[in-house]
Ligand binder design. Structure first.
Ligand code: ATP
Length: 314
């Protein structure tokens, strides 16, 4: 599969010994990996957790916190987690109502305390900037969306944070995201969504996960052509084929829009004084798209490792 190149590969960088870690670890230190959807954050988190083997990952993608829709929401598969502990990844029952930024602050805050108390390193990874903001600011007001009013984003944080922002030139990222949707379709996304489909409007308690990109787009398709009609391609008439293509096109467009909004929010946090270290992954991605080779290790992983080492030794 084309995108497997972005899976974690064995690398040549040396692991940081656990002894050094216990010596240098300060209780309130957190590594935070930010970036738009599809920018390689999960891969970087696994690579870093492998090199700093006292790390535990806390997911901060607001759709991936829920149980279910693993393909549609792009959860990193178990086989690729390399034994690294993951928290808040598929742990929340979607039937228990929407998991809010305030819930995330509370649950992820407890996790950071627990992970730190074991002298391990929490790595927060995910594209939901409202979650990251809620978790990290010293004073959080759940009734107020700071992204609607830039002047009000505080840079006073309750942990010592090392921010890595994986950034990719937008034309390269959007091409990659469109290809990724095709790969997700090949991996069984439509079957997963057919299983999740419900002909009635969503109950208020099921709203959270039903907002995932893919659900509304395919609900429209399944309302016209219910899964009971069968999913096998080839038996379809032209209208059904057109409706399917329309759903796929909408997913691709909405994913690119999401990435664009996420990058906008990250830039706002940076302008507000958050010390984000930008790692440019454009070349690594461009090469994945064109020739299949990659420069991930030299252009993304090595600079990230340097930044994290310096942070741990501060
Ligand atoms: P907002 O304030 O817009 O909610 P945010 O930073 O809190 O932004 P985002 O991660 O940008 O959260 O998610 C916004 C929307 O994007 C979600 O409500 C959902 O529709 C879609 N989305 C986000 N992550 C995923 C995902 N992993 N899979 C599918 N859809 C997603």
């Amino acid at each position: 599969m084309r995108l497997s190149i972005l899976q974690s590969q064995p690398h040549t960088i040396k692991r940081w010994p656990r002894m050094d870690a216990s010596f240098h670890r300060r209780k309130d230190k957190v590594v935070v990996i930010m970036g738009a959807t599809g920018s390689g954050k999960s891969r970087l988190s696994i690579d870093l957790a492998t090199l700093f083997p006292f790390s535990e990952i806390i997911n901060s993608d607001k759709m991936q916190v829920y149980r279910g829709l693993d393909i549609t929401t792009n959860k990193i598969p178990h086989a690729q987690r390399r034994g690294v502990p993951h928290h808040l990844l598929g742990d929340v029952d979607p039937e228990h109502g929407e998991f809010t930024p305030a819930d995330f602050r509370h649950r992820a805050g407890d996790l950071i305390e627990d992970i730190s108390s074991r002298r391990n390193l929490p790595i927060v990874v995910g594209g939901s900037n409202s979650f990251v903001h809620a978790l990290l600011v010293e004073n959080f007001d759940p009734h107020f969306n700071v992204f609607h009013n830039e002047g009000l984003i505080s840079s006073e944080l309750r942990y010592r944070c090392c921010f890595l922002w994986v950034d990719i030139a937008f034309p390269v990222l959007s091409q990659y995201l469109r290809d990724r949707v095709d790969d997700m379709l090949h991996s069984g996304m439509v079957q997963e969504l057919a299983h999740f489909f419900h002909p009635d409007p969503p109950s208020p308690t099921a709203l959270g996960l039903r907002k995932a990109i893919g659900v509304p787009e395919f609900d429209r398709f399944f309302n016209k052509y219910p899964p009971s009609m069968g999913l096998g391609l080839g038996l379809w008439d032209r209208d059904r084929d057109r409706a399917y293509r329309e759903a796929v096109r909408a997913i691709k467009d909405n994913t690119c829009d999401l990435a664009h909004r996420q990058i906008g929010k990250i830039q706002r946090l940076k302008r507000a004084g958050w010390e984000l270290r930008r790692i440019d992954a454009t070349e690594a991605f461009r090469l994945v798209l064109t020739s299949g080779s990659h420069v991930w290790e030299t252009q993304v992983l090595e600079p990230s490792v340097k930044i994290v080492k310096r942070f741990l030794m501060e």
